[in-house]
Design a protein around this ligand. Sequence first.
Ligand SMILES: *Cc1c(COP(=O)(O)O)cnc(C)c1O
Length: 364
Amino acid sequence: MSIQAPEYVRSIAPYQAGKPISELAREYGLQPERIVKLASNENPLGIPASARDAMVAAIGDLGRYPDSNGFELKAALSQRYAVPPEWITLGNGSNDILELAAHALLQPGVSAVYSQYSFAVYALATQETGARAIVVPARSLGHDLDAMRAAIAADTRLVFIANPNNPTGTFLRADAIAAFLAQVPRDVVVVLDEAYNEYLDPSLRFDSTLWLREHPNLVISRTFSKAYGLAGLRAGFGLAQAELTDLMNRVRQPFNVSTVAQAAAIAALDDADFLQRSYELNRRGLARLQSAFAQMGFEYVPSHGNFVLVRVGDADAVFEGLLRAGIIVRPVANYGLPQWLRVTVGLPEENEAFLEAFARVTGR
Ligand SMILES: *Cc1c(COP(=O)(O)O)cnc(C)c1O
């Protein structure tokens, strides 16, 4: 290699995305329409009609740059979450928010703390800054907040928490997170990634934004990619007090959220009906997958997201067998879980197609 790049860049393991439908169709000679993709925690309902209309209406403006400050979307979010617009950062998906926090706060010589088996982007965002990663062993495949608190070092600037977590689907209760926030040093920023918040059972929901007032070191990250059905659009947001928001804004690309994405997000945010349908469909689909796994005798992690982690043993072989049947799920060996597969909840007919093929491939 003659190109000079920092070792911390060369050593990054590139993100492994779910296999695209078009790729499987090409490789296995399958009809794209017959392929079922349950690999990337996408919303099986597709995009909300309200967002489609808003996007069509916004297309005429695409000759101009987007509103860099996202005035209207921030106004809508400000109302929804009862925070001032100065506390809102818009992101090109919420992955962008995770990176903005990392770029604003990390550098070689400092560290970030996150859990084993937590979202892959935390490792990426940490490594690309040259900061040191402190990976805390999981407890029952979820975050061990006591151990994470104890792992915070003098040079730690950032802690990532996913709640619910991907790829495991585990959930931390509000009191546990509140206690954690109360113990974290004020100069250590906590990113609370709530990408699956809208899928939580109402009895488990809590208003994490209330913590923002007490904790100037807290960033709450949310996305339009999951329950709002807009994964391909790339829109997410971060909520934090003004000082932290200002720092993240300094490392943000000025036009990181497109005009159509801003328009669609405003419409989706207002579409309570779509959100409710997403929630209901997921609740029923999740129950169906989990009870089928239990019946077939497979260990799984009870999930609070729109996916289930199931222990299949030889995950490579099961993954391959499912691909041949036109079904894409997600191997998680890159997370250190080589015996498991992550299956996204689909439409009822997609779940049934998966279960039928899964039973055949595993011989249960
Ligand atoms: C899917 C997911 C996100 C959202 O990513 P986007 O960039 O908003 O599409 C963030 N965090 C976790 C844990 C996720 O699983």
